[in-house]
Design a protein around this ligand. Structure first.
Ligand code: ADP
Length: 304
């Protein structure tokens, strides 16, 4: 791992460390995210106490490639196969997942001293910044340390129960949210990188993959989304954005290719209408593609 990079980044974000801080650790408000007592670990945040087998990050190099759509549908697919799944929307500045799940306007409740995540199905629960905002047009203007605190709370203060998978939808690019979740979450198995097939997207996906590797986190695999369109009239496949770009970069990076998901107007519609795509489309080629990606993902994370 490139630790210099990590420590520089932490310093930029004002995460307290022993020398600079000068506070007694006992009673310090940052004590839940700071291990300043040990010289070697000074400034490194503590891992959250959450019972999860696999934390899977979903990332993309750029926006609009279907990262949130893939996160939501992977989470559904895992839950449909009986896994206990948490879905964490860390796209703090543009949280779309509640809309895609038909949960807009929902508010979080506190039971005891823990936050209840919003239940989607018996074994799928979700948490998002959107549940804390007055409405969907309110912008979040936060610096890194505030985001880190929110992410820490999303992990430690949410009553997830035991989870097989925590799927984390990250904002596009290489920002604070990815750094924070990697530092705070236990059992981070790695990142799924979502791209569309064309060069301008795969180039950015390569960058995201290199960012993840630089942080010492494996790339679980690449997903090529919007890979071909089946014409609803003639049923011929049209390569609207080309195809094969995802597989090519997986080869170049030496990481698994998890599969491709076609452009499907029903998938877009399901997202816009906030209903689970799986319910009406379980037998469609698109759902089979999602299911295949999910199976490849499970195979990869269970390998160790
Ligand atoms: P991102 O999270 O990368 O910004 P989204 O998941 O929000 O992207 O997707 C952007 C738009 O593309 C949404 O309207 C979504 O419904 C649509 N979309 C994503 N994947 C597909 C697909 N395979 N077929 C059709 N529409 C898709």
């Amino acid at each position: 791992m490139d630790t210099d990079y990590e420590f520089d980044t932490m310093a930029e974000r004002n995460v307290p460390n022993e020398e600079e801080c000068g506070h007694e650790c006992e009673g310090c408000p940052s004590s839940s995210t700071c291990e300043s007592a040990g010289a070697k670990t000074a400034g490194l945040p503590k891992k959250a106490d959450i019972d999860v087998r696999h934390v899977v990050l979903v990332l993309s190099g750029k926006g609009g490639v279907g990262k949130s759509t893939v996160s939501v549908n992977l989470a559904y697919a895992l839950a449909a196969h009986g896994y206990k799944v948490g879905l964490m929307d860390l796209d703090i500045h543009g949280p779309n997942i509640p809309k895609m799940l038909g949960l807009e306007g929902q508010r979080l409740t506190i039971l005891g001293n823990m936050i209840e995540p919003i239940k989607v199905t018996g074994n799928l629960a979700v948490i998002s910044m959107a549940f804390l905002l007055p409405d969907s047009s309110t912008p979040v203007i936060w610096r890194g340390p505030m985001k880190m605190t929110a992410i820490s709370q999303f992990l430690s203060e949410v009553d997830w129960g035991p989870l097989d998978f925590l799927v984390v939808d990250l904002p596009p690019g290489t920002g604070d949210e990815a750094l924070s979740i990697i530092q705070l979450a236990p059992n981070v198995r790695g990142a799924v990188i979502v791209t569309t097939p064309q060069d301008v997207a795969t180039m950015d996906a390569m960058k995201a993959a290199k960012f993840v590797k630089k942080l010492g986190i494996p790339v679980i695999g690449i997903v090529e989304n919007m890979s071909g369109l089946v014409c609803p009239h003639c049923k011929e496949e049209i390569d609207l954005f080309g195809s094969g770009g995802g597989k090519r970069i997986a080869g170049e990076l030496g990481v698994p290719f998890l599969g491709s998901i076609p452009i499907d107007p029903d998938l877009r519609k399901a997202g816009d209408e906030g209903r689970p795509f799986i319910i009406r489309s379980k037998d469609s080629p698109t759902w089979k593609a999602v299911d295949h990606v999910m199976e490849e993902l499970v195979t990869e994370v269970e390998k160790e």
